[in-house]
Design a protein around this ligand. Sequence first.
Ligand code: CUA
Length: 181
Amino acid sequence: MNVDLYERIWMMVVAVMLAVMFSVMAVAAIGHSETPPSHVETIDPSAVMRDARFRQFGVSVDQTGHLHATIVGTTFAWLPAKMTLPAATPVTFHVTSVDVIHGFEIVRTNGQTMVIPGYVSQFTTQFEAGDYMVACNEYCGVGHHLMFGTLTVVPRAEWHEPTVTYPGPTLAAAGGHDEHR
Ligand code: CUA
């Protein structure tokens, strides 16, 4: 088969680009544990409000002192719409939807996940002090643009630990800390 010289050069360039990109992904995923957030945790979307994991929204603390933020997406609001968290402290978010797909995004941070009915999205991150907008970044209906909340991050010394105990499985039981998997 006679392949034109220019075509052969382009094929080589494409092959090198693919090799470089796959290598970068492999190094990030295997070497730096930078895998996509979350894990496979399912929930009956019609029974979220009766589920022990989502009986209380908002910030809670588990037996080890680790913070959790439990959030439900619904057309067209995040429940709760307001949260306060301490700065420079890891927080594990658990987000689910009772209706359609939403996009949970804490604007200007790396806190972001799709929110799919039937699944509990989970990620762990931490913040610098400041006020953050929590937006929905997946079009979910006529009120999509109204679906936002606020996250206030205060210095640790100004923060009051919640009295609510995280009701879900511990991180170890849920498959470990997704930051370090
Ligand atoms: Cu929820 Cu867009």
